[in-house]
Structure formats: C-alpha cells, structure tokens
Design a protein around this ligand. Structure first.
Ligand SMILES: Cc1cc2nc3c(=O)[nH]c(=O)nc-3n(C[C@H](O)[C@H](O)[C@H](O)COP(=O)(O)OP(=O)(O)OC[C@H]3O[C@@H](n4cnc5c(N)ncnc54)[C@H](O)[C@@H]3O)c2cc1C
Ligand code: SF4
Length: 353
C-alpha cells in the first residue's frame, strides 16, 4: 500500500502561476504530478490575457511566467494535459480517481485546485461606457496593446490618445453589482500602466480616478508616489456617475469628493481597471471536487493558520486566486504551500497505513 501511495501522482487543476508553482514544487521533491489545464496553453491569466510588464518585478509576463511554463513542461515528473477538464473526482485521500472530459481516468493521491479567477466583464457596468464606446477599454486591453508592441492607440481610429482616464475599482468594491471585495492589485497595475503610457506618449495627460488608493506595502513609493512625482500622473478622488460622448471625445462625469463639486472632463480614451471575479467554473468545480465556496463564490479555505490550502474535503487543496483576489507572488507562494500540505497529508496517510 505504501508503494502505491508513493507512486500515485498529485493532480493539479489549473496551469496558471499557482498551478505551475505547485507542479514545480512537487517535481522538485520527486513527486509525480499531473497538471490539467482547460485551455490550449499553460500560464494562466498573465499569458492567456497577454499582460505586459508585471508589477512589482517589471519583468515582461511572457518571460517571467513563460519561464515558469518552460520549467514545468521540461520536467518529466509533470504530465501536462491541455484542453482538459475533470468531470468527476471520487475516492479518499491517497486513493482518488478522476474522470476527464475525453473519458479517460487517472489515479491521484491528492488534488490541488489552482483554477484562478475570471476577469470582471465591464459590460456589467454599462453606465461607464464599455461596450457602447470603442475607446472605453479595460486594463487587460491596454496590457495587450503594450505587450503586442503596437503601443497604446484609440481602437476607434488608431490615433494616439492625448488624454487618458483610468477608472479604478471597476467590478470591485461595488455593492450595487454584488462585488464588495477589493481586487488588491488593480491600483498598482493602473499606476504602472499610467507610467507606461506617459513613457510611450510623453504628451499624453493621464488621470486616475480613485475612491482610495491601495498600493499596499512597499508598492506605495514605487507606484503611487513615483507615478505622480516622476511621471506627472494626476489623481482625482471622485465618485464617477457616467461616461458619455460628445461625438468627438469621451466625457467622464462625476463628483470630486475632496472639494465636493461636480466634474466633467473630456478624454480620448477611458480605461476600466477591472477586478477579479470568482472563476465562472466554480459552481461546477465545487460539485465535482466536493469543496465549499465562500459567500462571494471563491473556493473556501478551511483555515488560515493550520494546514495551508486545505479545503473542507480531505486530500483536496486550493491555492492562488481561486481563493479570492491574489497577486502573482502570493499565488505562487500559495501554490508552493499547497504542494507542501498535500505532501504532508500523504505522509500522514502513509504512517497510518
Ligand atoms: C488586468 C490585471 C493585471 C494584473 N497584473 C498583475 C501584475 O502585474 N502582477 C501581479 O502580481 N498580479 C497581477 N494580476 C493578478 C494576476 O492575474 C493573478 O494574481 C494571477 O493570475 C493568479 O494566478 P492563478 O494561478 O491563481 O490563477 P490564473 O492566472 O487565473 O490561472 C488559472 C488557470 O486555471 C485554468 N482553469 C480555470 N478553470 C479551470 C478548470 N475548470 N479546469 C482546468 N483548468 C482551469 C485557467 O485556464 C488558468 O490557466 C493582474 C490582474 C489583472 C486583472
Ligand atoms: S486594488 Fe485599488 S482599484 Fe483594485 S479594487 Fe482595490 S482599491 Fe479598487
């Protein structure tokens, strides 16, 4: 029995930063693992959504996360299955059996869910112009413009914008649309994008509309202050009412909440700093893996200080933004920690048998 436990791989579901970290951690201690990814590529949101330079490292996503992907693909202990989802998952810790979408089955000693998040769809905030005006875009679209090498251009006619507004907290901290959480990373990502626009288009004025600025920890100096002092990005504390158009330019209307006056300012481009929603697959994942979701719809962690990444189901762990908004660094750390927890649980099982 001990022999088969040692040989059964750990199943990792989701090939983003958290899943890649878990796979690498398990391989590095000699534990075979199977990495199941529903898309046709590994890398998660930073690769699938074409992020540009990451915060806080400043490295291009395709290099930083691409390096993690190569490390996993080149390791014989990881069996990568692309275009794959798990249809059922039965059994006990040490002896699980999964059925995949192609009908094949596999044995697993434990599972780690690293299925990440879904980007907020700005269509759900119609009064802020996305889907109505082509020059209202999202932070992911701007990341793609930068990473593609084409540069930041207005989608309507390809002109270089002279005035850009970045609206923070789109799809986060918004009770009206049932999203009370802070997405953690979008203030910093927006300050970074603002600096990149100013660097590429020095004549372009960039304004950031905010409720609060949450460039947490050491990021305050590197992003919040630097964007203002070195890159002359302007911050407006405001409550935004709507984004409209005068035919030529976009008009951002709202209230400056510091001076308590209405403000109406024209822009060429408006950028929604979109937040992190629970993965749209979470209801299915919860049913298949028998794990609970927390009230917002992310996968629930059983405890914070005990077995890191434990879910309510023994032998099934969770890591990264599947648990709630997380940065890449924290997702990687949690992927490593969940791998350690899975190994620890298997050792307990071995000892018991
Ligand atoms: C616009 C924007 C910019 C950002 N920029 C940064 C940044 O610069 N720095 C930073 O630290 N963070 C940044 N983030 C946050 C970053 O995207 C997350 O921290 C990171 O992607 C989380 O990694 P993850 O592996 O947990 O999840 P994900 O990256 O979401 O990866 C999950 C993987 O699981 C797969 N998957 C999902 N469901 C299933 C399923 N049912 N079966 C199989 N596979 C499945 C997905 O296809 C995906 O490959 C940004 C976020 C946004 C919205
Ligand atoms: S990180 Fe900033 S932009 Fe993102 S939800 Fe939190 S406060 Fe809003």
């Amino acid at each position: 029995m001990r022999e088969s436990l040692m040989n059964d791989p750990v199943l990792i579901v989701g090939g983003g930063p958290a899943g890649l970290a878990a796979a690498h951690a398990l391989s590095s201690v000699g534990r075979p693992n199977i990495l199941v990814e529903k898309m046709d590529r590994l890398g998660g949101a930073p690769i699938l959504s074409g992020y540009a330079k990451l915060v806080p490292s400043g490295e291009w996503a395709k290099d930083a996360i691409g390096g993690m992907v190569s490390r996993v693909i080149n390791n014989k202990l990881t069996d990568v299955r692309l275009n794959t989802i798990v249809k059922s998952f039965d059994g006990e810790p040490g002896h699980f059996q999964a059925v995949l979408n192609d009908g094949s089955t596999l044995k697993a000693s434990a599972a780690i869910l690293t299925t990440g998040f879904t980007h907020f769809d700005s269509i759900n905030k119609p009064e802020w112009g996305f889907g109505t005006y082509p020059d209202v875009v999202t932070t992911t679209q701007v990341e793609q413009m930068i990473s593609s090498g084409k540069g930041v251009l207005c989608p309507s006619d390809g002109r270089k914008p002279k005035r850009v507004a970045i609206l923070l907290c789109v799809g986060s901290r918004d009770r009206q649309i049932g999203r009370e959480w802070c997405s953690k990373i979008c203030c910093t990502v927006s300050a970074n994008i603002a600096m990149e626009i100013r660097e590429e288009l020095p004549d372009c004025h960039v304004y950031i509309y905010y409720m609060d600025i949450r460039t947490f920890g050491l990021l305050e100096q590197k992003y919040y202050w630097r964007s203002q002092e070195e890159f002359k990005v302007k911050y407006i504390k405001a409550r935004i009412a709507e984004v409209t158009s005068n035919g030529g330019q976009l008009i951002v209307k709202g209230e400056d909440t510091l001076v308590k006056r209405p403000i109406t300012i024209p822009f060429d481009m408006v950028v929604h700093a979109i937040g992190m929603d629970p993965n749209v697959d979470n209801m299915t994942l919860a049913a298949v893996f028998g794990v609970k979701l927390e009230p917002n719809g992310f996968i629930d962690r059983q405890n914070t200080y005990g077995v890191i990444g434990a879910t309510n189901r023994a032998g099934v762990f969770v890591a990264g933004s599947a648990t709630g908004p997380e940065t890449i660094d924290d997702s990687i750390a949690q992927g490593n920690a969940a791998a350690m927890s899975a190994l620890g649980a298997l050792q307990v099982n071995v000892a018991a048998e």
